[in-house]
Design a protein around this ligand. Structure first.
Ligand code: WQD
Length: 344
């Protein structure tokens, strides 16, 4: 079966491609490379092989997406493509709304015209906002404090409304907690452009010497060591969660618009992650304590029981695996960039 994967060259998309290929699916990838590199798809091919088409294009463009459905018998869609930087979304809200909502709505339109009813949508735990008590579960009220998070919230609502209007359209919504780590081959991983927004890639770049030190955004939170607590989930576990969601969607999939948390159910603080990274990889990660980052909450981790019960999925890898695999990728990437004379 052919699966259209939007944003397939990205961090989570590329890892999901490997799970799809190893499970016997044939992906069709569309990516505009606005936050990814074509080389990551070459390395997906190196890891998992297969003959599959890659389209460089904009998911917001009707003709581009329609052409894919005209040429391929798409069985389902996994929709990753979207801008995802919280800070940038505050500076450029319209760019985020136009791109993220436009892509989702265009996909639904073409899918409805083609009679394709199964979509796995990439959402985020950020939709749980600032007012819920941990662990977050799928029944909790949702709210967002930034345009990026609101595009996820609005996309979820658009999908649910489209499902209510068309019984054949049965999307599944996955709320990711904090993805981290890399494929054990060390050939693909997170490769943010510019200064990393997220903790783990920033730690990786400090450890590799690309950045001088980490600034810990506050150590006065109501947490065991005062630093922010998050539910870090290995990107390979996350990718496997997409495969389980796809299989459930194709077999039964409920009423459409079903939401699942993809997290481990365990919280780790900034300093706990940093210390684990140093210990596992025997590399120092210098840091300073800075002020809190606007919009951050103290503690965020999942109630992941619904995905386990309904999808038969549970995260298996731990923080040490994430640190080890992230470092293997980072050191490989540093070596390739040096060999290519890339300014790091
Ligand atoms: C984690 C912790 C920071 C960087 C965001 C988005 C979410 C999802 C994942 C897309 C926090 C601290 C971070 C640094 C630090 N993205 N930190 N120094 O904010 O939980 O979630 O990324 O889907 O939607 O909201 O992740 O990695 O930015 O921060 O101290 O240089 O690390 O304060 O406690 P976050 P993060």
């Amino acid at each position: 079966m052919k699966i259209l994967v939007t944003g397939g060259a990205g961090y989570i998309g590329s890892h999901t491609l490997i799970e799809l290929l190893e499970a016997g699916y044939e992906p069709v990838v569309i990516d505009d490379y606005s936050n990814s590199e074509p080389s990551s798809l070459e390395r997906v091919r190196e890891i998992a092989g297969g003959i599959w088409e890659i389209i460089e294009g904009d998911v917001c463009d009707y003709d581009t997406v329609k052409d894919i459905f005209d040429r391929h018998e798409v069985g389902a869609v996994i929709h990753f493509a979207g801008f995802k930087a919280v800070g940038e979304s505050v500076e450029k809200p319209l760019m985020y709304y136009r791109n993220n909502l436009g892509a989702t709505m265009n996909l639904i339109r073409v899918m409805n015209e083609a009679g394709v009813g199964r979509m796995i949508f990439s959402s985020s735990a950020t939709v749980y906002g600032m007012n819920n008590q941990v662990p977050f579960d799928e029944t909790m009220p949702v709210s967002c404090t930034n345009p990026y998070g609101r595009t996820k919230l609005m996309s979820e609502q658009i999908l649910k409304d489209a499902a209510a209007a068309d019984g054949n359209f049965r999307p599944v919504i996955l709320r990711y907690f904090n993805p981290a780590g890399a494929h054990t081959s060390g050939l693909i991983g997170e490769n943010p452009r510019g200064i990393p927004n997220n903790l783990m890639p920033y730690i990786q770049q400090v450890a590799s010497g690309r950045r001088e030190k980490l600034t810990v955004y506050g150590n006065d939170y109501d947490t065991p060591d005062g630093t922010g607590v998050r539910d870090y989930i290995h990107v390979v576990d996350l990718a496997k969660g997409h495969l389980k969601a796809l299989e459930w969607s194709l077999e039964s999939c409920g009423e459409g618009g079903e939401v699942f948390n993809l997290g481990t159910g365990r919280g780790t603080s900034v300093l706990q992650l940093l210390t684990a990274f140093e210990r596992v990889n025997e590399v120092p990660v210098p840091y300073v304590i800075g002020s809190r980052r606007a919009g951050d909450i103290a503690t965020c981790y999942a109630d992941a029981s619904k995905a386990e019960k309904v999808l038969g999925w549970k995260a298996e890898k731990n923080i040490e695996d994430m640190c080890r695999d992230a470092w293997r990728w980072e050191t490989n990437k540093a070596r390739w960039e040096t060999n290519r004379g890339v300014q790091r």
